[in-house]
Design a protein around this ligand. Structure first.
Ligand code: RRO
Length: 301
């Protein structure tokens, strides 16, 4: 199910969400071989960072809560990874974060020179007060970081947004106006909290964390719907997508590509082939195409 996205041919319209499987070439390649059209790397930061204490991820059955805490070797300490990835035969989306516009620019410029196919700006992580979400909840700061990064990179820029923004459509529009080539929505929702009533304490060491998986799918669908109305650049829709029918739903909201994160844990690495086949089967049974159903939920009936 070949798809063209920002001038690149992807073998399926399914994206691996950032942060799910790390930055190791062999793992990203395996995902691609299993039907993922575009693997996304774990967000790369400006300096070495260990992340939060364990436990960092808890399965809640209908999704997960995480406060992994933006662990990264730092952009200057990834030569081995870049060396390996330079010989790859598959496309890669490199996710980056910073604690200031200058840091975003520094990381982006360096990473861009390593030859990823796309750069995803993570302005939406809920698990740090200094990085991520603090940029993406405000239209002006979203605009500033996208505009500054756009000047120094040579690959298409994807802005990854948070559903915690009071009006995600206006954030998406600010990113588009600043030169973003695509929007990725959504990062994890919340932050939320889960308390173990026996120990009387939050289950995560960091106490609060981002929510993912089936429980947030309606939020993701609403966000993509609102963004589709506000912008003309393509949208990667994700948030609780686990099946072909979920994918069809978010495509009808306006997504061009569909991201999968938490469902990798629930359905295994073959989830990419499974969802691709489920989309194909649904389209064939309804005698239609991805292009025909994209944004279909916006049409008057
Ligand atoms: O590392 C994390 O805790 C994390 C990140 Br950077 C993000 O963007 N989203 C998320 O749910 N967790």
């Amino acid at each position: 199910m070949q798809t063209t996205f920002l001038g690149k041919i992807l073998h399926t319209p399914i994206v691996l969400a950032s942060g799910v499987l790390g930055n190791n070439k062999a793992i990203l390649e395996r995902v691609w071989e299993n039907g993922c059209g575009l693997p996304t790397m774990k967000s790369i930061g400006p300096a070495p960072r260990e992340g939060h204490k364990n436990p960092t991820v808890i399965d809640l059955g209908n999704g997960m809560i995480n406060a992994v805490g933006l662990p990264s070797p730092g952009y200057l300490n990834m030569e081995e990874e870049w060396q390996e990835l330079s010989g790859r035969t598959f496309p890669i989306n490199a996710s980056i974060y910073g604690g200031s516009v200058d840091e975003f620019v520094r990381v982006a410029e360096f990473v861009s020179a390593k030859g990823p196919d796309f750069i995803e700006l993570n302005i939406s992580c809920p698990n740090s007060d200094k990085h991520g979400m603090i940029f993406g909840v405000n239209a002006q700061s979203s605009h500033d970081v996208v505009a500054a990064v756009k000047k120094v990179i040579h690959v298409p820029l994807i802005a990854k947004l948070t559903p915690a923004a009071p009006d995600i459509a206006s954030i998406a529009k600010a990113c588009e106006d600043a030169g973003a080539d695509a929007i990725c929505a959504i990062n994890t929702a919340g932050p939320g909290m889960v308390i173990d009533i026996e120990s009387r304490s939050p289950v995560l060491a960091f106490k609060k964390g981002g929510l993912s998986g089936p429980m947030i799918k309606p939020i993701a669908v609403r966000c993509v719907y609102d963004i589709f109305k506000a912008v003309s650049i393509p949208i990667i829709g994700l948030g609780g997508i686990s099946t072909g029918k979920d994918a069809i739903e978010i495509i009808m909201a306006g997504a061009t590509l569909v991201g999968i994160g938490t469902a990798v844990r629930y359905r295994g690495i073959s989830v990419f082939d499974k969802v691709t086949n489920e989309i194909s089967d649904w389209l064939a049974a309804h005698d239609t195409t991805m292009e025909k159903i994209r944004g279909a939920a916006h049409r008057e009936v």
